[in-house]
Design a protein around this ligand. Structure first.
Ligand code: TYD
Length: 205
């Protein structure tokens, strides 16, 4: 059986990570003949989608602690029903956002305790760690322009919040340089894709 891999895509809203995930999935399936599973947090399917609707669209008060637990509940479902079964059967799982989003958004963005978030993330993931995490780094001004005026509950946060999130990702990358790789997401889609495939080849070589 082939070895499975778990790869996560991270960055501030509007960084282009979803486009890059789809391009890598196509490349791995069509050119490399891998079996690839695409998933996302929050809201891959079923129950997760219900949790996503609350997280992104609920217009009443949501405490930061409650928000964190909802992201974690969705993560537990994603890990148990999609990620772990696929990785354990030798597939490549590409996940749009994962644990580092909670550290960056709820930790660095909202100011919750990062040690506690790490602990809760470990419980939600049953201690599975991504083999590779790619952070698509972009200045917040450009990313906000890409998001446009139709914003969900999270995207409606201000520039200061997203600057803290971006800096959080960069700190995480400094702390875990073997797992987390930063790519410059202000370049063309093709140039970024080349970097992403290069990182994948490095991982499997
Ligand atoms: P995402 O699906 O990437 O949004 P988009 O529709 O822009 O592709 O992510 C949804 C939002 O949830 C995004 O603003 C980031 C936020 N988020 C957190 O705050 N914490 C988390 O743990 C996760 C997974 C996402």
């Amino acid at each position: 059986m082939k070895k499975g891999y778990f790869i996560t895509f991270e960055g501030v809203d509007g960084c282009g990570k979803t486009t890059q995930l789809e391009l890598l999935a196509d490349y791995l399936r069509d050119i490399k003949d891998y079996c690839v599973i695409e998933t996302r947090e929050p809201g891959a399917k079923g129950l997760g989608q219900k949790i996503r609707e609350i997280l992104l669209n609920y217009d009443g008060e949501v405490s930061s602690q409650c928000e964190t637990f909802l992201f974690l509940a969705d993560r537990a479902q994603n890990i148990d029903t999609i990620v772990n079964p696929a990785v354990e059967s030798g597939k490549i799982v590409l996940c749009d956002r994962h644990t580092d989003s909670t550290v960056a958004y709820q930790g660095y963005g909202r100011g919750l305790d990062i040690e506690e978030i790490n602990m809760l993330n470990n419980i939600a993931t049953r201690h599975r760690k991504p083999d590779l995490t790619i952070v698509f780094d972009i200045d917040v001004h450009t990313s906000m322009q890409r998001v446009g005026t139709q914003k969900d509950r999270m995207e409606a946060e201000g520039i200061e919040f997203f600057n803290s999130v971006r800096n959080g990702y960069l700190k995480l990358a400094e702390m875990e340089p073997n797992r987390i790789k930063v790519v410059d997401a202000t370049r063309s889609i093709e140039e970024i894709h080349k970097d992403v495939t290069g990182l994948f080849e490095e991982l499997v070589s």
